[in-house]
Ligand binder design. Structure first.
Ligand SMILES: NC(=O)c1ccc[n+]([C@@H]2O[C@H](COP(=O)([O-])OP(=O)(O)OC[C@H]3O[C@@H](n4cnc5c(N)ncnc54)[C@H](O)[C@@H]3O)[C@@H](O)[C@H]2O)c1
Ligand SMILES: CC(C)(CO)[C@@H](O)C(=O)[O-]
Length: 298
């Protein structure tokens, strides 16, 4: 399969690198990373290890591919979609956090698949990617149901040894993940604590409230996600990732823009379309955006 990875930073470089031995992979990245991969190949270290040689370029438009993986941060999704609109791609799959698929689908003719990724990746230096945890990629039709295209992509991933599952209930999975991220990411980023600190105190109640509000908005969107299921999903992730610093806490610590708009901000926006108020998500989003503005990031 010809696979274009649009936005090869941490996650995109890892997934593209793991696919490269079996597929024709092109990383769309920024220099010096793109130049280093082009000239000397890519070292994958950590929980996976390999030396691979995908193509790498800073050119964003004019590519032909069977599949485009979108792995830019959520706030770069619209720009990525505009560049992909000038490529000839058979399908698009987002592996991003937050609700980004709608942005892609509204700007692209190619079919857009939904995906989630729990692999951990860290760009150590140009041309060197660390796999910090072997997770799983789950993908499927954006609106749910069986999808032959998703099956082909899932098989292509598994052929390269990736842990990939094709699911027919992506709407529920996306909203459950959104509920987990709305609770854990925002609260840990604002209080500067590891995920495990959310077990059983005031902060955990705040995270639960954000997750329950998200589940309520999911139901307004006709996605079946009971409050209890969202809260239990959040508790499970807190327990399993107790020692982790969430991606949003890492962004705040590094003074980088966060993905709040596609997480808590998306919950607020979609709730408003239904005339519904989500005060906890609204407060969390306002605080994070205020921090970003203060840090000159938006
Ligand atoms: N890193 C992880 O372990 C991980 C795990 C699961 C999900 N995610 C999600 O995956 C997404 C990407 O995360 P990440 O950690 O890889 O972020 P990242 O910042 O490391 O990578 C994004 C890359 O996209 C590049 N980019 C943006 N616009 C571009 C353009 N027009 N042309 C070329 N390159 C462009 C940036 O330069 C950057 O290198 C996020 O939504 C994140 O939440 C990450
Ligand atoms: C699951 C998660 C909250 C674990 O830290 C992760 O999605 C993150 O950090 O964004």
């Amino acid at each position: 399969m010809r696979i274009l990875v649009f936005g090869a930073g941490s996650l995109g470089t890892l997934v593209g690198g793991l696919l490269a031995p079996v597929h024709d992979v092109t990383l769309v990245a920024r220099d010096p990373h793109a130049a280093r991969v082009s000239s000397a190949g890519l070292d994958i270290v950590g929980a996976e290890s390999a030396h691979v040689s995908p193509a790498a370029t800073t050119t964003e438009t004019g590519h032909d591919a069977d599949l485009a993986l979108v792995t830019v941060k959520s706030f770069d999704t619209a720009a990525a979609a505009d560049a992909l609109a000038d490529c000839d791609v058979g399908a698009v799959l987002s592996l991003q956090n937050g609700l980004t698929e709608e942005t892609l689908a509204s700007r692209l003719d190619a079919p857009v698949l939904a995906g989630t990724a729990t692999y951990g990746a860290r760009l150590v230096e140009p041309g060197r990617i660390e796999c910090t945890g072997v997770g799983r990629i789950v993908l499927g039709a954006l609106d749910g149901g069986p999808d032959p295209l998703a099956e082909r992509v899932g098989k292509a991933f598994r052929d390269a040894g990736l842990n990939a599952l094709v699911a027919t209930d992506m709407p529920r999975r996306r909203w459950e993940k959104l509920a987990v991220n709305a609770g854990i990411n925002a609260v840990t980023a604002l209080s500067r604590v590891e995920n495990g600190a959310l077990a059983g105190d005031d902060a955990s109640e705040l995270a639960h409230r954000a997750a329950r509000e998200t589940a309520r908005v999911a139901r307004l969107e006709r996605v079946s996600l009971p409050n209890r299921v969202a809260r239990e999903a959040l508790d499970r992730v807190v327990e399993k990732t107790a020692a982790n610093r969430s991606s949003m806490l890492q962004d705040v610590a590094a003074e980088k823009r966060t993905e709040v708009d596609a997480i808590n901000g998306a919950v607020v926006d979609i709730a408003a379309e239904h005339g519904f108020e989500v005060p906890t998500n609204r407060t969390l989003a306002a605080l994070l955006r205020a921090w970003e503005r203060g840090a000159g990031l938006r």
